[in-house]
Write a protein that binds this ligand. Sequence first.
Ligand code: UDP
Ligand code: MG
Length: 331
Amino acid sequence: MTPVNPPLLSVIVCVYNEALVLQQFFARLLPVVEAVAQGDYELVCVDDGSTDDSLSILMQMAEANPRLRVVELSRNFGKEAALTAGIEYATGQAVIPIDADLQDPPELIHALVAQWQKGADVVLARRSNRDSDSLLKRQSSQWFYRLYNKLSNTHLPDNVGDFRLMDRMVVDAVRALPERQRFMKGIFAWVGFKTVTVDYTRAPRVGGKTKFTGWRLWNFALEGITSFTTVPLRVWTYIGLIGAGLSAAYACFIILRTLISGVDVPGYASLLVAVLFMGSMQLVSVGLIGEYIGRLYVEAKQRPIFIVRRTVGFDPAVGGSDAHEARHGAA
Ligand code: UDP
Ligand code: MG
């Protein structure tokens, strides 16, 4: 059900242990959205199971500002799930997800909204400069985008995060995707729509620590690739065919050689190499199949993407909570 009077703008803020930066963040964000939307906005803050004071800070702010709404998740579900929750609850005609650590400059919202008012459905914020990220993170993300775009049919724009503006039409398309494993960047790219890009310089975090380090980033990348392409599964057919072809040629060669120069016992090294190589290739391919089967399993269980413990500031009759119940049958 669509709300009677949807606000012009919804800003989604996913918060996981950001107590150090929240006050600063809102001090910069609020004047911008006030100016852009002239009071016609909502801030959907999703607390993703924070264990510090983030939630109580959010609750205090929600008391002082009726436009600030809080969705409290029952535990830490991860940024992708938190963002999904924010998108479920946001009612605005345009929706902007933004990080709480001020790495996404709130001032850019002016430019995002201006492009939207000129007719764009999606306005991407592209980091023209990522010096604030570590060299390793930049390099690995570059490799990831290159690989992803080679393998997948949907093009992931380079250097674009979740910070963007989406028209209501786009948000509804995203909400209609039922998958449990949510690689949001891929989902956003998959739905398409008329897109323009605005550049910005990515600032360092104003406080606190990044939640995405080594192993988590690796799994995130794996998730992105397996969610949007089956090339890694299919490629084994071709590797197998090439291997079979080569083995057949080698077999012919051995048969001929045996016929011509008799039985030849040596060959231990080549045999061992062949056995080990084929064995590891099989393990890798089985592992890859396992990745996809694991994902099928998670999808088949049909668990909700997130669980809401409580919400503050949402009218129960309209908007997000209603939509949420319809989607997850949580009533
Ligand atoms: N975040 C979240 N749940 C998580 C991890 C992160 O909601 O499990 C939020 C976090 O509070 C921040 C945003 O996602 O607002 C981006 O996180 P972070 O700055 O750690 O990522 P990075 O910018 O280093 O990629
Ligand atoms: Mg950050």
